[in-house]
Design a protein around this ligand. Structure first.
Ligand code: PMP
Length: 427
């Protein structure tokens, strides 16, 4: 019977690093990644039949747990009609209407096949709309592997110690201004100096690609303010936070309205989907209405739309997100208490259905600099030991954790029991 190790060795011969996305490789974690054969509810099952309580949730989409029966049946219902037509379909408008209802800042929305395409297109649209080239991003924020956004980026780029990437021309990167996350004064200074040259600010309203860093009070409002004054477009990258931090995303949770919003993950329920949308007058610049080109052979794919719509309808139940945040609180409070009892310096940070665990003596972690001061080696030992106890956390100290509504008291209690044992022996 193949094991994760043998499969990883085989994969490495034909797939660079054995994976189709770098963070899956468990690089620096001292072991081969798990090869998963199936998943249900809060559980992953590996090829060797081991069961794991999963706090990655396919990196975010699985907010109601894996293999949600309502999502599966929506896909099954559409399957026999064909996989793709390359024509408009009614289900795309159903999706667009649903997104606009849930996020009132969005008047019009275009579907893409990934979060990367959504951010890439939103930045192009902001540049086309304003006629300006410069863009502002924040250190440690990750917006997909878009050339001009792979500058001081988080997630895999950070995990692998390559904050930028070879292959991104310096002449392109020079239009990207990178500021310190949560630094409102820095943002103001930058806009005083060159606000009328800046096309957009793109931000993860809760940074989730350098662990989990909520916005400091006033930070998002400052972004709104400088964009209003300078005419720059404010883009919230809600690929991770959309429908997770609150139903209406971080923009609802923190009550700050962006001009454009990028979506992904939950909007496709695990199918390859992204979206970007916002103010009508900006979206009207998009082809075929306007001159800014953007397209996709499979964009708005009917199976993907059916899956995403089923999930969005399901999480619109009243109290869904309140209960999700309560689960996050039970887990995070429990981890903090058990770590403290064992003398392990640890803090957690949360926003709605996402959270972060930091091995640090700092009382909070608010930017790239402070997150990189956390104890990476202790995280690695914690991660590996938790895996041995059947708990699958994100395999990097720079990724957020994701809760699902399928995680019952039982799974959370089992996670805390595992953590207690791990903390007792953690060096
Ligand atoms: N933006 C954010 C905030 C993300 O977290 C991600 C992916 N983790 C992306 C964009 C890129 O999405 P994708 O991997 O679907 O291209």
């Amino acid at each position: 019977m193949p094991t994760s190790e043998t499969l990883f060795a085989r994969a490495g011969k034909r797939i660079p690093g054995g994976v189709n996305s770098p963070v899956r490789a468990f690089k620096g974690m001292g072991r081969a990644p798990l090869f998963i054969s199936r998943a249900r509810g809060p559980y992953l099952f590996d090829v060797e039949g081991q069961r794991y309580i999963d706090y990655v949730g396919s990196w975010g989409p699985m907010i109601t747990g894996h293999a949600d029966p309502d999502v599966l049946s929506a896909v099954r219902d559409r399957l026999e009609d064909g996989l793709s037509f390359g024509t408009p379909t009614a289900v795309e408008t159903d999706m667009a209407e649903l997104i606009c209802e849930i996020m009132p800042s969005i008047d019009m929305v275009r579907m893409t096949n990934s979060g990367t395409e959504a951010t890439m297109s939103a930045v192009r649209l902001a540049r086309g709309y304003t006629g300006r080239d410069k863009i502002v991003k924040f250190e440690g924020n990750y917006h997909g592997h878009v050339d001009s956004l792979l500058v001081k980026a988080g997630s895999g780029a950070l995990t692998h110690g390559e904050p930028s990437s070879p292959g991104v021309p310096a002449s392109l990167a020079e239009h990207t201004i990178t500021l310190s996350h949560n630094d409102s004064d820095g943002v103001r200074r930058c806009f005083e100096e060159m606000g009328d040259e800046i096309a957009c600010i793109i931000v993860e309203p809760v940074a989730g690609n350098m662990n989990c860093i909520p916005p400091e009070p006033g930070f998002l409002d400052t972004l709104r303010e400088v964009c209003d004054q300078s005419g720059a477009v404010l883009i919230f990258d809600e690929v991770m936070t959309g429908f997770r931090v609150a139903l209406g995303g971080a923009q609802a949770f923190y009550d700050v309205t962006p001009d454009l919003t990028c979506l992904g993950k939950i909007v496709g329920a695990g199918m390859p989907v992204g979206a970007f949308g916002g103010k009508r007058d900006i979206m009207a610049h998009l082809s075929p209405l306007g001159p800014v080109y953007q397209a996709g052979t499979l964009a708005g794919n009917p199976l993907a739309m059916a899956a995403g719509i089923a999930l969005l309808r399901k999480i619109r139940q009243p109290d869904f997100h309140t209960r999700l945040a309560e689960r996050v609180a039970t887990l995070c409070d429990g981890l903090e208490q058990r770590a403290a009892a064992a003398g392990v310096p640890l803090i957690t940070q949360r926003a709605g259905g996402m959270f972060g665990v930091f091995f640090t003596e700092q009382s909070s972690v608010s930017d790239f600099e402070t997150v990189t001061q956390c104890n990476v080696e202790r995280f690695r030992r914690f991660f590996t030991a938790m895996l041995d106890h059947g708990v699958y956390m994100a395999p990097s100290p720079f990724e957020a954790g994701f809760m699902s509504s399928a995680h019952s008291d039982e799974e959370i209690a089992a996670t805390l029991e595992a953590a207690e044992q791990v903390f007792a022996e953690l060096e």
